[in-house]
Design a binder for this molecule. Structure first.
Ligand code: SAM
Length: 241
């Protein structure tokens, strides 16, 4: 798809990691001309491969700014908007979806954002193998794939193992912010996070004990689709102890 070495790799961790249960589905959607151009221009400067081998120092990556990890940014509209509104925070945005990576780099270029880096690959590998302890000022997971069928629940990203891994990479006081329009997943997230010894519910004051919708979270594509289907959107904000 790209000249050698120019764009994001198809499977950056490759054989280094056995294929365990993954929370994403490989998608082969088309990369538009504008996305491809943005990838060719910006991937060498703003792209990071999640190869499971190299180490990342988030503070160094953003010249000492506090760093928030966003997992599964999709097309990146919310990422770019939040980065523009908060230039004092570095956003390490991770997804496996090439068109979305191109789109986010395009949006970052248009808005002249210098506080966004795009990581390609599985966030689990990034957290487990590449990030140092207590390095993150926050983690965002907006509208993760809900995996509604029971036999697929094991593929949900929010699981005790993920939550403790994320906690270990977050500084004390850092907030894990999740949002979903899938009510059973919202309840599942609450159960997992309430049971975690590493987190405390930082905003239980919204509807049904969830967080009030934060003003700083823009509507994402998946959120708009969920609302159009009549789904209720839930936010969860849990603070690292
Ligand atoms: C349902 S989409 C939501 C996208 C976006 N946050 C939004 O609200 O429009 C979930 C995204 O998470 C990504 N994803 C799921 N598991 C992931 C993982 N382990 N590492 C990186 N990205 C992941 C998928 O590729 C997909 O783009």
């Amino acid at each position: 798809m790209f000249p050698p070495g120019a764009g994001p790799a198809a499977d950056p961790a490759g054989d280094r990691h056995e294929r365990t249960i993954r929370s994403f589905q490989p998608r082969r959607s088309r990369v538009t001309h504008a996305q491809r151009e943005a990838l060719l221009r910006w991937w060498p400067h703003r792209g990071l491969e999640i190869d499971g081998g190299s180490r990342i120092d988030p503070a160094e990556l953003f010249g000492g700014l506090p760093v928030v990890l966003e997992i599964g940014f999709g097309m990146g509209e919310a990422t770019a908007e939040m980065a523009a509104a908060d230039p004092g925070t570095g956003i390490l945005a991770v997804d496996v979806h090439t068109p979305g990576q191109g789109n986010l780099l395009r949006l970052a270029e248009e808005a002249a954002l210098t506080n966004v880096r795009v990581a390609n690959g599985d966030a689990m590998i990034l957290l487990r193998e590449m990030l140092p302890p207590a390095a993150l000022a926050g983690v965002r997971v907006f509208f993760p794939d809900p995996w509604p069928k029971k036999r697929h629940h094991k593929r949900r990203l929010i699981q005790p193992e993920f939550v403790e891994l994320a906690a270990s990479r977050m500084a004390p006081g850092a907030v894990l912010h999740c949002a979903t329009d899938w009510e059973p997943y919202a309840r599942w997230m609450r159960e997992v996070l309430d049971a975690s010894p590493s987190f405390v519910n930082a905003a239980p004051g919204g509807p049904d004990g969830f967080a009030p919708r934060p003003q700083d979270r823009p509507r994402t594509r998946f959120e708009r689709q969920g609302i159009a289907k009549g789904h209720v959107v839930r936010d969860l904000r849990y603070r690292r102890r």
